[in-house]
Every structure is written in C-alpha cells, then in structure tokens.
Design a protein around this ligand. Structure first.
Ligand code: NAI
Ligand code: MG
Length: 383
C-alpha cells in the first residue's frame, strides 16, 4: 500500500475558512475516485481570529505538527479585522498570522514560490485578443531572500523616524536553487504557447542592480547544463509590458523575490483574477500550498468566494507529493483536479461572481458551495 500523507490544513481567517474546507471535500472526492491515495487530515485554527481569542497565532500542537510531522501543508489565508475594523496585529506590528504565512516560508526554507499562470477556457482575461492558447506560463519567485529578507530598520532621531533602510540580499545559494528549479520545470514541460519551445526567462534589473547581476550570471551558468532549454532575458519593467503584449512567448519565468511578487500579481490578473490563482511554496522537504488571495474579510460569510484558487492549490499539493514520493496515483490526483476545474469552467454555467464578466456577464453567479459541488460531480463522472 502506498504511504499515508499527513496533511496540515490551516484555513486561517475570513474566506480561507470557506474555501479550504471545500478544497478538502474535493480531495476526498479525488481519493474516492482514484483509490490508492491515502491522507490523514489534521486541521487547525490559526491566524488573526485565533490570536484574538488565544493570544497566540496557532496552538503549540498545530505549530509542531505543521513544522515537524506534516508531509504537506494546505493554507487558506490570514488577516482578521478587529471590532473597529482595523487589522489584528501582533505587538511587533506584524499582521497576526504573519508568522504562519511568512514564518513557514523562512523556517521551512520554502525557496521557490511557484505560480502557474494559466488562462482556463471559459475565463475572461483583460488582455484583448488573447485567450487560453496564449496564456500558460509558470512564474517562479525566489521566496526567502531579496528585498524581503528581514534586514531592515528605521533610524529614529529624537522621536522622529528619520532614515529607513531595506537591504536587498541575493546569495549564490539562494539564486542557484530557485533558478535550477525553473530550468527543471521547463525541461519537463510543454514549452511556450507561441512556439512550443522550452524556455526560461530571467526577469531582473541587472542593468542597474548588483544582486540582479549575480542572479543573471548564475542563470547563465546553470543554463549551460540545460542545452534543450532556451535562455531568455528581460528587465522587469520591460517584462510587464511584454507580458501583456506577448504572453504566449513565456513558458517558465524566474525572478528575485520582490520582482517576482509584483509580476505574479500581473499574472493573476491575466489568468482571470485572484479567485483562480494558486501558489505553491516549495522547499527541499516541505511545501505549503495556498491560494494567492488573502482573507477578504468583507466577503466572509457571504459564501461568494471563488474556491477554485484553493482547489487548484490542493491539486498542486497532490502533484508535488506524487513527485517527491514517486507516487503515480497522487500525480494522477493532481491532474484530475486540474481537468475537473477546467471542465467546469469550460462548461461555463457554474461560476462565482468574480468570473461572471466579459462574455459570461449575464450568467447568474453561483455560491462557493455550488462551484465546489460542480467540481466534485465532474470528478465523480470522469472515466
Ligand atoms: P484579498 O486577496 O483578501 O482580497 C482582495 C479582493 O480580491 C477582494 O476584495 C475580492 O474582490 C477579491 N478576491 C480575493 N479572493 C477572492 C476569491 N476567492 N473569490 C473572489 N474574489 C476574491 O486582499 P486584501 O483585501 O488586500 O486583504 C485582506 C486581508 O488578507 C488582509 O488582512 C491582508 O493582509 C490579508 N492577506 C493575506 C494573504 C495571505 O494570507 N497569504 C495574502 C494577501 C492578503
Ligand atoms: Mg504580492
């Protein structure tokens, strides 16, 4: 019998608490359909709402299980509002839940933030004249260093904040592993929509910044090991316009942390919005899968949130478990999730309001639950 994967499930705050349980229901359907996938779900409360009640971001048990025992982690979103409508914060000023979302990335060394940007058939993109045959790339964002490494400070003189410094750290190790991840992904992928060529685009600002010069140098060094993958380059400012004008050129894109952060939001916009954008934070031994969106507290309780981003993230989790443990069933599970989401979107009738735009603007919006049910039904009906 194949192994039983222990999954830490952390719905977090707001709509995370609606979409994560739905993704777990879809996982159950996949398991029932395929047999041979075994999981143990360990679900824990955490985040800002938990902090308000318990004065901790999560329980000791949740933290220990998630960090030490879980084979994979499925996260919703964190970020709660207090009674006055302000974000719940820790004494250090960070958002309550920060040590979960960002802390796990650092502590578990999840160096590659993997963001598939695929426009599914049946989803509207704001780019005129571009469709599902043009938009299918994966952006890999370095996830542990760059401008977001916690090497910063504000100098106060008297009582006045006077000087602020953010130091940007790019290391050989940090660059190497994420760049290698990008090449490996391109190597086994289908290539760019435009020409089918396997290509990695290095998005940086190496005309100006030393860290980016090192990043690009390492990109070239490692690229020599991948003779079947084309090397491509863009400065980040230019890339944002090429991404809109010629998204079909892009296959795998790799970028330092802060640039990756910015361009992946552009990616989410062209693939149909936050409601359909999944992400994986992947390290050597651990990984966290999550939707790109936050907790959207305004929408919590309305049952209008799109569960697809989180369901796709759960599918990425199965795929990753399958790769790491050489488990064909789990990989097939990941495929089944993607295929079923694709089919529901293609059919077009069941969708949350965020997707009732463009040619689909006259469709009556469905609830979160109805979308999940449609995906589960599609899974049940697959051959
Ligand atoms: P958000 O992503 O929660 O929501 C922004 C807007 O995107 C929403 O108003 C809604 O119109 C749309 N949206 C988001 N998710 C959707 C879904 N599943 N279906 C349909 N529409 C969706 O970002 P916002 O409002 O800036 O932040 C809310 C809270 O979430 C804050 O506390 C923020 O710090 C936190 N946050 C947490 C993240 C995480 O846990 N990884 C990431 C981003 C924000
Ligand atoms: Mg961002």
């Amino acid at each position: 019998m194949s192994r039983t994967y222990k999954i830490s499930v952390l719905p977090g705050d707001g709509i995370g608490r609606e979409v994560v349980p739905d993704a777990v229901r879809v996982l159950d359907a996949v398991k029932e359909k395929l047999h041979g996938i075994h999981t143990e779900i360990h679900q824990f409360d955490c985040g800002g709402e938990y902090y308000q009640l318990q004065n901790r971001e999560w329980s000791i048990e949740a933290e220990e299980f998630t960090k030490n025992e879980a084979d994979a982690i499925l996260l919703g979103a964190i970020g709660a509002l207090d009674a006055t409508g302000n974000s719940v914060r820790l004494p250090d000023g960070n958002l309550a839940g920060y040590n979960i979302v960002i802390g796990l990335r650092m502590e578990l060394d999840l160096y590659a933030n993997v963001r598939p940007v695929r426009l599914f058939e049946g989803v509207w993109t704001p780019i005129k004249d571009k469709g599902p045959n043009d938009i299918d790339m994966t952006i890999i964002r370095e996830n542990t260093e760059g401008l977001y490494a916690p090497t910063r400070g504000i100098l106060k003189r008297g009582n006045i904040s006077d000087v602020a410094i953010d130091t940007r750290i790019i290391t050989r190790k940090g660059a190497e592993r994420v760049i290698r991840y990008a090449y490996n992904l391109a190597k086994v992928g289908r290539g760019a929509p435009a020409d089918g060529k396997k290509r990695v685009t290095c998005v940086d600002k190496s005309n100006l910044l030393a860290g980016c010069q090192l990043f690009r140098q390492i990109f070239n060094e490692i690229g020599q090991e991948y003779s079947d993958v084309e090397r491509d380059y863009a400065y980040v400012d230019a890339w944002t316009q090429w991404c809109i004008r010629k998204p079909e050129q892009y296959d795998v894109v790799v970028a330092p942390n802060e640039f990756g952060d910015i361009i992946t939001d552009l990616g989410a916009a062209i693939q149909g919005g936050l409601g359909v954008a999944p992400a994986g934070n992947i390290g050597q031994e651990h990984a966290v899968f999550e939707p790109v969106h936050g907790s959207a507290p305004k929408y919590y309780g309305l049952k209008t949130a799109n569960p697809i981003a989180t369901i796709l993230a759960m599918g990425m989790m199965l795929d990753w478990l399958g790769q790491v443990h050489k488990d064909k069933n789990a990989r097939r599970g990941g495929e089944l999730v993607k295929e079923s989401v694709a089919q529901v979107l293609r059919e077009g009738k069941v969708r949350t309001s965020d997707l009732c735009v463009g040619p689909w603007n006259s469709i009556e919006p469905s609830s979160t639950d109805a979308v999940t049910e449609a995906i589960i039904q599609t899974i049940n009906e697959q051959e």
